[in-house]
Design a binder for this molecule. Structure first.
Ligand code: VAH
Length: 313
């Protein structure tokens, strides 16, 4: 049975949906501190759990015979900079709690990392799995901490820790939670609503991105991989990389009148310290990672979903 923390976020909802299809509704427990929508409650088990309170998560884990933990709770890069002490508490202490529980109850544990775990001293194009990591956001620092501590728990205590470094994740039906890559989602909503978008990153800022279904599939693949396949515990996973200018051109194929303008803010500094292209060769070789959705596919999926949703309203 699987427990997902931070379950009401951009990744948790679609991940729970897919895992329920694969392993049965009764085997997935979604948890978070927010009040869930009616739809979410109807989809399966939902429980309140605050990862800052280890006893609460422990109780949930014991009572539900959990053996896989998927720890998604975290403040992302842009909101983290606005609330550094909460980000430290949630991202670092929350991770301590989850790793301790994984050790005590011998659970397999997945914690996502991010391109944000790299910094201005890392090679940016491409960025390999192993290189210098000196991130300058609290989010990035907390994710390097999670990578290192997870690997330490693996080598020291045999905890089955698995970790993927994700690019910006693009989804239509769930909202991102305050990251630097959020523009690549907002732009679609604005393209339909007003036909134009004011972007907070410069037009030539290249960042790695991925369609949500590929992201969910990569989590399932690494969770299901055998220990023999995993030659390392933390892997980069990539799909595509684009700039706001390139995304605008792809959108204009569908909406020729769409216009973009730029008003750069602090998030530009964060984006400029991150990889432009992730090298995910090891994930491809070791456990056959293969993303399916390219830029045109992604644009089409976004508009298909959002237009359908708008017509229903
Ligand atoms: C952020 N979307 O922008 C997140 C992510 C790719 C970076 O971890 O903070």
């Amino acid at each position: 049975r699987i427990l997902i923390t931070g379950g009401c976020g951009q990744l948790g909802i679609p991940l729970a949906k897919r895992l329920r299809e694969l392993y049965g509704v009764e085997n997935i427990v979604l948890s978070d501190i927010v009040r869930p929508s009616d739809a979410l409650v109807q989809q399966g088990i939902y429980r309140y759990a605050d990862v800052m309170d280890i006893k609460q998560v422990q109780e949930l884990l014991v009572n539900n015979q959990i053996d896989w933990l998927i720890h998604l709770s975290a403040l992302l890069s842009a909101v983290g900079e606005k609330n550094v002490s909460l980000a430290m508490k949630l991202n670092i202490e929350g991770t301590h709690h989850m790793l301790e529980l994984a050790r005590k109850y011998k659970c397999r544990i997945f914690i996502p990392s991010t391109i944000g775990a790299f910094g201005p001293d890392s090679p940016r194009n491409p960025t390999p799995d192993l290189c210098i990591q000196r991130p300058r956001t609290i989010y990035g620092v907390s994710k390097v901490h999670a990578e290192l501590l997870g690997e330490y728990f693996f080598y020291r205590f045999g905890v089955d820790f698995r970790c993927l470094r994700f690019p910006g994740i693009i989804s239509a039906d769930t909202k991102p939670g305050g990251g630097t890559t959020d523009y690549a989602i907002e732009i679609f909503h604005e393209a339909l609503k007003s036909g134009s978008y004011k972007c907070y990153l410069r037009g030539d800022t290249r960042l790695p991105m991925m369609w949500i279904d590929d992201c969910i599939q990569s989590i399932i693949n690494i969770m299901e991989a055998s220990n023999d396949q995993l030659k390392q515990r933390t892997y980069n996973v990539a799909a595509l990389s684009f700039t706001p200018e390139e995304l605008t051109k792809a959108i204009q194929k569908y909406k020729p009148n769409f216009k973009i303008s730029y008003q750069v803010d602090d998030r530009q500094n964060i984006a400029e310290s991150w990889p432009q292209v992730l090298d995910d060769r090891n994930a491809r070789e070791h456990w056959n990672w293969t993303p399916k959705v390219d830029l045109d596919g992604l644009v089409q999926k976004m508009f298909d979903y959002l237009e359908r949703e708008n017509n229903l309203k």
